[in-house]
Design a protein around this ligand. Structure first.
Ligand code: ADP
Ligand code: ASP
Ligand code: MG
Length: 590
């Protein structure tokens, strides 16, 4: 007899009829010989409705009271579904998060699960009951045992965490689409269903805007090896499996917070090329990376950000073996990119003695302190950071090759990792180069201008944001320095959630002058469009293809950031949907 956890999202329980349909599936699953725990969301758009009500009373309602309010949505569904299941003759019992013993941090509206006491659920299962659990909610461990919620979309996380705690044989997420598709079918109806996706790819997609799964649910599935599938609640089709290698055994205490970093990785023999002050217009990145791809230069990290004077710097890293070819391409194309206006040698910078160090781990999702800790550790070890590139599950810094050993030792010590590993480039070679495309309309761009170019500045700035619980991604430092009052300065840009942008600006401005930085600028009219695919690691032309497609649609790229398995471009918000459609088509995913 297998134990299965099923989770039904808002639309799947949106009406009495839908709840009856769920009850019938539940009973069928039990009749097939399974023990069953069912996690449900609030009905339909109930949670949105409750948020709106509160906003009518206050522009900044207390987060504690919001949790008390929002947790009611799920409580309605558990009772109704239990009634519907009992009506079919199957014993069932509803339990709130607190009754199940889903214990969380006291961080209201974004609490992480600390542990789940399985006893009560197991007792009811033994009695032959289906246990119906309210998703999205828990109870705080400390103080007054207050009601907490896990963050919007958090029922997925409740379900996978329960599956991990109960050692269930599978966690099935039922929703209103047939599974995970190449992109959001609401925007691109031609999106294709995937039969499987790796957990790393799904983590990136989920954090880059594909809300079909909560990224923290994917994180738990990956860490605890929970077999996870996304299926339609309307059909019996097989859906999409999220696959990951079997993880080493892991304690269930501190479930979501025990370990933020799983590995320290490095790559030596790297070189960096930067092309400075190219005009800010559509097509530049496409031309450059197209030319590199034609010469079979495999590019690793790419960063591009707009800077003062409305020109862009584009920097990328390559393996040292390709440095001559890469430099030749860059120098040949630089005058073209610059409209033959500037002397070439001032515009192409080459550094051929660099290394890349990275921290990796699903546990860093939504935990801004982890990246800040990395920067601080490097600063304390006297290691200057040249380029930073982040994804949800990885932060990579390029540094001088001579600093590499020291950096690795300091990071391993800080994050309690016993051995570092040399990054293997071919580990995903059989995966498709682009698995999916995502659009995030919820980001704002934050730039800190004229940051003094001295050791520890990234640690200071991102430490301030982390202390205020503001997560950011796609951190980019300009390659060019500007001398302000005798001090070399660089601009730093990143993207943050729109809801955090005003806070981020406020806290940074409070310290900027003291740290010697210039203005803090926020732009909310952006969209981030990203491609994700583990196979892009070994496929030189992918970036060029994305940039060229955007150029052909006359979409200007404002910012580029990459990790091994994703490339993100910031574009004007008004062009976001167009950009998504263009890229989806360009990679033949429709
Ligand atoms: P639920 O209420 O069941 O949790 P959500 O609305 O949270 O459902 O997530 C399902 C929605 O995610 C789909 O209706 C779809 O519009 C959206 N979505 C975005 N990207 C993708 C994708 N790549 N594959 C499938 N669905 C996606
Ligand atoms: N009801 C909550 C929300 O709408 C949680 C969830 O559906 O996953 O965000
Ligand atoms: Mg959801």
């Amino acid at each position: 007899m297998a134990l299965i956890v099923q989770k039904y999202g808002g639309t799947s329980v949106g009406s009495a009829e839908r709840i009856q349909a769920v009850a019938r599936r539940v009973v069928e699953t039990v009749k097939a010989g399974n023990d069953l725990v069912v996690v449900v969301s609030a009905m339909g758009k109930t949670t949105d409705g409750l948020v709106k009500l509160a906003r009518e009373l206050s522009s900044q309602p207390s987060r504690r009271e919001m949790d008390v309010l929002l947790a009611t949505g799920e409580q309605v569904t558990i009772a109704l579904l239990s009634i519907a299941i009992q009506e079919l003759g199957q014993p069932a019992i509803s339990l709130t998060g607190a009754q199940v013993g889903i214990v969380t941090e006291a961080e209201h509206s974004r609490a992480r699960i600390l542990e789940i006491a399985p006893d009560r659920v197991e007792r009811h299962l033994k009695e032959g009951k289906v246990v119906v659990v309210a998703g999205f909610q828990g109870v705080s461990a400390t103080g007054d045992r207050d009601i907490t919620t896990l963050g919007r979309g958090g029922s997925d996380t409740s379900a996978v965490a329960l599956a991990a705690a109960l050692k269930a044989s599978a966690c099935e997420i039922y929703t209103d689409v047939p599974g995970i598709l190449t992109t959001d079918p609401r925007i691109v109806p031609a999106a294709q269903l995937l039969t499987e996706i790796t957990a790393d790819e799904m983590l990136e997609l989920a954090s880059l805007g594909a809300k079909v799964l909560h990224p923290r649910a994917v994180e738990i599935a990956k860490n605890y090896g929970v077999p996870l599938v996304v299926r339609s609640s309307w059909t019996d089709d097989p859906g999409t499996w999220v696959v990951s290698p079997v993880p080493p055994p892991r304690s269930l205490t501190g479930l979501e917070i025990a370990r933020s970093v799983d590995a320290v990785e490095f790559a030596v023999n790297q070189a960096k090329i930067a092309i400075l002050q190219v005009p800010d217009r559509a097509g530049i990145a496409g031309q450059l990376f197209g030319a590199l791809a034609r010469e079979h230069v495999d590019v690793d990290l790419i960063v591009q950000s707009i800077h003062e004077g409305n020109t862009n710097d584009i920097a990328f890293t390559v393996n040292k073996q390709s440095i001559e070819r890469a430099q030749a391409v860059a120098e040949a194309i630089s005058p073209v990119l610059h409209d033959h206006l500037n002397p070439i040698d001032a515009q192409v910078l080459v550094a051929d003695d660099i290394a890349k160090v990275s921290i990796v781990g699903a546990g860093m999702i939504g935990r801004p302190g982890v990246a800040a800790q990395m920067f601080k550790t490097l600063a304390e070890a006297g290691v200057n950071i040249q380029m930073i590139s982040t994804s949800e599950i990885k932060v990579s810094c390029t540094i001088a090759a001579t600093d590499c050993d020291r950096a690795i030792a300091a990071l391993c010590q800080q994050f309690e990792i016993s051995t570092s590993s040399n990054e293997i480039d071919t580990k995903y070679i059989t995966a498709p180069s682009v698995r999916g495309v995502a659009l995030d309309l919820d980001r704002a761009r934050l730039a800190i201008l004229q940051v003094p170019d001295r050791l520890g500045m990234a640690a200071e700035l991102f430490g301030i944001l982390a202390a205020n619980n503001i997560s950011l991604d796609a951190i980019i430092q300009s390659q060019r320095t500007r001398i302000i009052a005798g001090v070399a300065t660089r601009d730093i840009a990143c993207t943050v959630a729109q809801g955090d942008a005003a806070d981020a600006k406020r806290v940074l401005e409070a310290s900027a002058a003291q740290l010697g930085c210039g203005a803090v600028v926020v732009d909310e009219s952006i969209a981030k469009v990203s491609i994700v695919g583990a196979g892009m690691v070994s496929n030189p032309g992918v970036a060029a293809q994305m940039f060229t497609a955007l150029a052909a649609a006359e979409i200007n790229i404002q910012m580029i950031s990459t990790s091994e398995i994703k490339i993100s471009c910031v574009v004007a918000r008004s062009q976001g949907i167009d950009a998504l459609k263009t890229i989806h088509r360009a990679f033949g995913l429709g």
